[in-house]
Design a protein around this ligand. Structure first.
Ligand code: NAP
Length: 259
């Protein structure tokens, strides 16, 4: 019998988590184990490589649902990011098919389809991965979220020095990565094609970084610098229409960090 007929909220599954050791992967793996599922970790540190396909089909043997929360870095900085990411997703779907995986959950970013980002290679690469998933016809759910609270220290926009922290002036609507992990799990049961999630409040990244540092007793000053792309500062990253707004607030998240 197909798992789509037998999976209920309480059923035990074998879940592969690609990017198991990452910011989203760690709480996703923890939640799966907490809920009694068997987890297969997919990452280079577990000996599985999404970019080369090494051990991928073997790792997916017996897996019911694969969650892709990976964030591969290019081994060759000259390589075409869009092509490499698209190939990685094609390979993952091929491996899912040959291993008999029934559903793929893919973690994406809300704003990637905004034309303001037509020249932003990372977002183009994420678009390409979504496109591969659509074109494949493989049963899949895309969970698209705004930036997470952890973006407070993300090297894409934050540079830490000994005496100050320099932060690009992004306008964001951050969501807790724990809520993202929940959504990735729920997708394994609900089988919706797409969900869009955001946090409950908007603020500028330098303020988020400053509050995060202060909560940790780190008194380095935060210096705000212009963004590389104006759209990042002008609201393109905020919750898109129809997004579900999920707490906690920044305050609630910081309080949780302190515990
Ligand atoms: N940061 C945000 O605010 C945000 C918001 C929305 C969506 N997202 C998306 O969420 C996803 C996860 O981001 P993250 O920040 O959690 O990632 P991360 O912390 O950078 O972790 C990356 C994960 O991918 C694994 N990985 C890297 N290269 C790999 C390869 N070649 N083969 C297999 N595994 C590989 C890493 O493990 P190894 O190093 O051991 O391989 C690690 O487990 C990304 O796709 C990102 O676009 C992020």
């Amino acid at each position: 019998m197909s798992i789509s007929h037998i999976i209920g909220e309480g059923a035990t599954m074998r879940i592969a988590v690609a990017g198991a050791t990452g910011t989203a992967g760690v709480p996703t793996v923890a939640l799966a184990r907490e809920r009694g599922h068997h987890v297969v970790e997919v990452s280079r540190s577990a000996g599985v490589d999404l970019l080369t396909g090494e051990r991928l089909t073997t790792a997916l043997a017996g897996v019911d649902v694969a969650i892709d929360a990976s964030n591969p870095r290019l081994p060759d900085p000259e390589a075409d990011l869009v092509e490499v990411y698209a190939q990685a997703t094609s390979r993952l779907i091929e491996a899912c098919r040959s291993a008999g995986v029934e559903h793929l959950v893919y973690l994406s970013i809300s704003a990637i389809h905004d034309p303001a980002f037509d020249e932003f290679p990372y977002y183009l690469a994420k678009r390409a991965q979504e496109q591969v998933i659509h074109d494949s016809g493989f049963p899949a759910t895309i969970i698209a979220t705004t930036q997470w609270h952890e973006f407070a220290m993300n090297p894409a926009a934050v540079t830490t020095g000994d005496y100050e922290v320099t932060v690009q002036d992004w306008l964001i609507q951050p969501i807790a990565v724990a809520a993202v992990a929940e959504a990735l799990h729920d997708a394994a049961h609900s089988r919706l094609p797409r969900r869009s999630l955001a946090g409950p409040e908007t603020l500028r990244l330098p303020e988020l970084t400053q509050r995060y540092l202060a909560a940790r007793g780190d008194d380095r000053p935060v210096r705000t610098v212009e963004t590389a792309m104006p759209a990042l500062a002008e609201g393109a990253l905020l919750a898109p229409e129809g997004a579900e707004l999920i707490g906690p607030s920044v305050e609630g998240w910081l309080a949780g960090q302190a515990q």
